[in-house]
Write a protein that binds this ligand. Structure first.
Ligand code: ZN
Length: 329
């Protein structure tokens, strides 16, 4: 923590489970941090109250340290109208058409910006993480679901309805056996390659009586993290479940490569903690399915670098101006 006065922003990443608030300087240093559980079960107002509380606490810290506060940025799961500052729909938080900006303006007299959480994480990686060297890249977060953010020619791409780049919902499996997706369709990438899908396939393999160490666990304990642990310990079934998800992830990434001609694809989210286990299949599929001219420009598929902080750092960059990364927001 520096003692010199700096220009800082409050960045908050609002997840369905956790709320991460950071005080980020325009040089990219973290000057303060606050973490707490998202009170999603208590309803929409309780969640908003917790966000305002975390942001106010960090702003208070900034003032005590003598910093200049450039503004407050917030990343929210679900589609966000970043221009009007309205959260269009966030099922996990119980928010629908919520005018977040107006509520913040009642508390803060500094600029406030909001955006989708994965786009915020993409901005974070663009500024201080794995996306930094590139003007065109795709950032995927693979966790409970699959989200993505697009930086095209140095610009964050949102789309007219603020839902461009829903790579988690590109179709990769057809037919009646295609697993259902949270979006209401079947066979989306998210339904076969997310952490949720990996856990489900692990439970299914164990219940079929396959010779796997997963079968020794109660079904509800078999999550993507547990499947990865068992794969790492040499369990062939767990390794196969993970490989299958990695193949689908590779197909999704190859689709993005062929469509957008990115210089890099960055993979974050909790599943990327098992990057060493999924990377070989992802790389193989991308190199086999990628359009050759596009592969010439692709520097690689890389793990994200900022971990859990990416979203809050990117949210802070929304209000830090040109100092907060080179991507135009
Ligand atoms: Zn879907």
């Amino acid at each position: 923590m520096g003692s010199r006065a700096e220009r800082v922003a409050v960045g908050v990443d609002l997840g369905g489970t956790n709320l991460t608030g950071l005080l980020v300087s325009d040089r990219g240093t973290v000057a303060g941090r606050e973490l707490r559980a998202t009170p999603a079960a208590l309803g929409a107002e309780a969640v908003l109250g917790a966000v305002l509380d975390v942001a106010s606490g960090l702003a208070g810290q900034a003032r005590e340290l003598g910093h200049e506060i450039a503004g407050v940025g917030l990343g929210i799961p679900g589609p966000v109208d970043a221009d009007r500052g309205v959260c269009l729909f966030s099922p996990n938080l119980g928010w629908r058409d919520l005018d977040v900006i107006s509520r913040f303006r009642e508390v803060f007299n500094v600029p406030v910006r909001i955006d989708n959480d994965v786009r915020a994480a993409t901005l974070g990686e663009a500024w201080l993480g794995a996306g930094h060297p590139y003007r065109t890249f795709v950032c995927l977060t693979v966790g409970t679901g699959i989200g993505s953010g697009l930086v095209l020619d140095g610009r964050l791409w949102r789309g007219p309805g603020y839902s461009a780049g829903e790579l988690g919902h590109i179709p990769v499996v057809d037919g009646p056996d295609a697993p259902p997706c949270g979006c209401g369709r079947r066979g989306c990438l998210e339904a076969v390659a997310s952490g949720t899908a990996i856990g489900r396939e692990g439970r299914r393999a164990a219940s079929r009586g396959e010779p796997t160490s997963l079968a020794r666990l109660p079904a509800e304990d078999i999550t993507a993290r547990v499947v990865a642990e068992h794969a790492r310990a040499g369990d062939a079934t767990a390794a196969r479940v993970l490989r299958r998800a990695a193949v689908y992830l590779g197909l999704g990434i190859a689709t993005a490569v062929n469509l957008l001609n990115p210089e890099a694809v960055i993979v974050g989210g909790r599943v990327s903690r098992s990057w060493d286990l999924i990377q070989p299949e992802v790389t193989r599929v991308v190199s086999e399915k990628g359009f050759p001219p596009n592969l010439l420009f692709l520097r690689g598929v890389f793990p994200a670098e900022l971990g859990e902080d990416a979203g809050a750092i990117g949210a802070a960059s929304l209000v830090l101006g040109p100092g907060g990364g080179a991507v135009s927001r």
